[in-house]
Write a protein that binds this ligand. Structure first.
Ligand code: HEC
Length: 119
């Protein structure tokens, strides 16, 4: 009887909601941000610097500089670094001339997505 109870608690612990991570994914959240703010220049028609952010595969492939997203390593991901460049830098993304800038929440979302493995 005692052993039975132990098993019950064990399984309750494993399936508790806190054990399930809610990492952002390309399909759920990140793709929509890229579509709204990036694919105009990094998509099907225009691929600036060879980079397309249309789908997960092309995003992970990167551009002329090679991979711009390093899964698990936001600090080494060129894509994220370019968000933080000074407004006058032509490499800052999106270019400052664009109306559709990234919000702080969107930058954080993309950072979390890369940290969680960019899936
Ligand atoms: C108005 C057009 C435009 C928009 C919108 C835009 N980009 Fe760019 N992007 C460019 C241009 C032009 C370059 C090349 C800049 C340079 O190196 O001088 C570039 C380069 C890049 C590169 C470097 C690729 C490489 O291989 O070197 C990354 C990464 C990038 N953009 C990410 C983004 C992301 C993410 C967004 C959306 C948040 C975005 N861009 C929105 C025009 C755009």
């Amino acid at each position: 009887m005692k052993r039975h109870l132990f098993a019950l608690f064990f399984f309750a612990g494993v399936s508790s909601p806190t054990a399930i991570s809610a990492a952002p994914t390309f399909k759920k959240e990140v793709g929509a941000v890229f579509k709204a703010k990036c694919t105009k220049c990094h998509g099907l028609l225009l691929k600036q610097k060879g980079l397309s952010l249309r789908n997960l595969k092309s995003a992970l492939k990167g551009g002329e500089s090679g991979a711009v997203i390093i899964p698990g390593k936001p600090d080494e991901s060129l894509l994220l670094k370019q968000f933080a460049l000074p407004k006058t830098d032509p490499k800052r993304m999106p270019p400052i001339t664009e109306k559709a800038q990234l919000t702080a929440a969107e930058k954080k979302l993309i950072e979390e997505w890369i940290r969680a493995g960019a899936k």
